[in-house]
Design a protein around this ligand. Structure first.
Ligand SMILES: Nc1nc2c(ncn2[C@@H]2O[C@H](COP(=O)(O)OP(=O)(O)OP(=O)(O)O)[C@@H](O)[C@H]2O)c(=O)[nH]1
Ligand SMILES: [Mg+2]
Length: 392
């Protein structure tokens, strides 16, 4: 145990030294390093009390064996395979329909607004009307111009759909295959954006899909933040690694990842502070956490996810750009879309940042997180103003 702490202390010392060499004006003195050491002990003690929730490696092996059995059964029975393919396709279609339904309910304020401009569904809609409804939904004018450039006076559904979907195509595709275990996600964003709540929602999603999760309470700036994440961890029944307020956040990240590596946990989700005394402090802390994650497990964090408050519409873009400059962002989650008519900002957010939107938050409960799909989003928007093929 002692050598574990010693190694971690050395790792964090080395990271701090490197960051200081980058000419950052924050310095971490011996006192702070001692605190890191102390924080490590607290975090590990806390974490060791939370083991009961985790899937043991034997259980995982059982699951793997069941999967292999199933594969062998499919190979020996061609009919089974065909049925499976048919079922899979049906499942995909109904999933897409379900997503569309979610979007129209979750973005009801945005869609209501749009429908008030086009009260009756049509086959073709005037250029100016489309422009107006996109402005009303808080899509940036520059993006509207880009999307509508060259479209005729009367626009049909197919053409508009094509242009709107294209706005999401600058974002790199997220690779869901061959993900390492543990898969480490670092959650960043300004205070109040919805980071902690989103972590709970993500953990809940992973858990429901049969994966194991551990949370890291990396917002050590506010005491209430640690408590808030602990309450969520209890509610959704996942383990959490935490320390005391004011202690080093990167030590928590280190412990959370180390514990996941040791126990074969699938997902690590680490919370961070949205605000420190100064922007420089925040930048310094985030960089330090990112580097320490990589020391705890090569390649981590695998995803740095930026949480944006959807009620802020387009102004969230500048925030994201600032965080992108600090540590680089891999994906976006937009929260609070249930309470805003600014859903059109999703187009500008993805297009301007050239980043994928992975999920949208549509409420305060653990299930209020929808996987984002440009197709389902655009289709549910167009369903509100255009006649469907069969209605013509
Ligand atoms: N309606 C709605 N409320 C949300 C959503 N996501 C988060 N919230 C609420 O927004 C508030 C702030 O959420 P937090 O998760 O605490 O935000 P945070 O980014 O962790 O904030 P700090 O810890 O202060 O940096 C809470 O009251 C949440 O319940 C959402 O999708 N819809
Ligand atoms: Mg928080």
């Amino acid at each position: 145990m002692f050598s574990f702490f010693k190694k971690k202390k050395e790792v964090i010392e080395e990271v701090v030294e490197n960051i200081e060499q980058d000419n950052l004006d924050d310095s971490v003195n011996q006192k702070e390093l001692d605190e890191i050491y102390k924080a490590s002990e607290d975090a590990v003690n806390e974490e060791s009390q939370n083991h009961s929730n985790e899937v043991t490696s034997e259980e995982l092996q059982d699951e793997e064996l069941r999967d292999i059995d199933q594969e062998v059964a499919i190979k020996n029975d061609p009919e089974l395979e065909i049925n499976d393919v048919v079922e899979d396709t049906e499942l995909e279609v109904s999933k897409e329909e379900e997503k569309k339904g979610f979007f129209s309910r979750a973005l009801s304020k945005t869609f209501e607004n749009i429908r008030s401009i086009v009260p009756q569904k049509k086959e073709k809609i005037e250029f100016d009307v489309i422009e107006e409804l996109l402005i009303e939904s808080d899509m940036e004018y520059e993006i509207i111009e880009k999307a509508m450039n060259g479209l005729p006076k009367m626009i049909n559904r197919k053409d508009l759909r094509h242009r709107l979907i294209m706005l999401f195509e600058f974002a790199p595709k997220v690779n869901l295959e061959n993900r390492p275990t543990p898969f480490v996600e670092l959650i960043i964003g300004v205070n109040g954006a919805g980071k902690t709540t989103t972590i709970a929602k993500l953990a809940n999603k992973y858990k429901q899909s049969g994966k194991s999760v551990v949370l890291g309470a990396g917002d050590t700036f506010r005491a209430a933040a640690i408590e808030q994440l602990s309450t969520w961890a209890e509610k959704i029944d996942v383990p959490i690694v935490k320390t005391k307020q004011g202690h080093d956040a990167s030590a928590v990240a280190y412990d959370t990842i180390s514990s996941a590596v040791a126990k074969g946990i699938d997902h690590v989700i680490i919370d961070t502070a949205g605000r420190l005394q100064t922007q420089t402090n925040l930048s310094h802390e985030l960089k330090k956490i990112v580097k320490v994650c990589g020391k705890a497990y090569k390649g981590a964090p695998h995803q740095k996810l930026m949480i944006l408050d959807g009620t802020q519409g387009n102004s969230a873009i500048n925030q994201a750009q600032a965080f992108n400059d600090m540590v680089g962002i891999d994906g976006i989650i937009v929260t609070k879309l249930d309470g805003t008519a600014k859903g059109g900002a999703l187009f500008s957010i993805s297009n301007q940042l050239e980043l994928p939107i992975l999920y949208v938050g549509v409420g305060e409960k653990k299930d209020d997180l929808i996987e984002f799909s440009p197709d389902a989003f655009v289709d549910s928007l167009l369903d509100g103003i255009y006649q469907k093929e069969e209605e013509k």
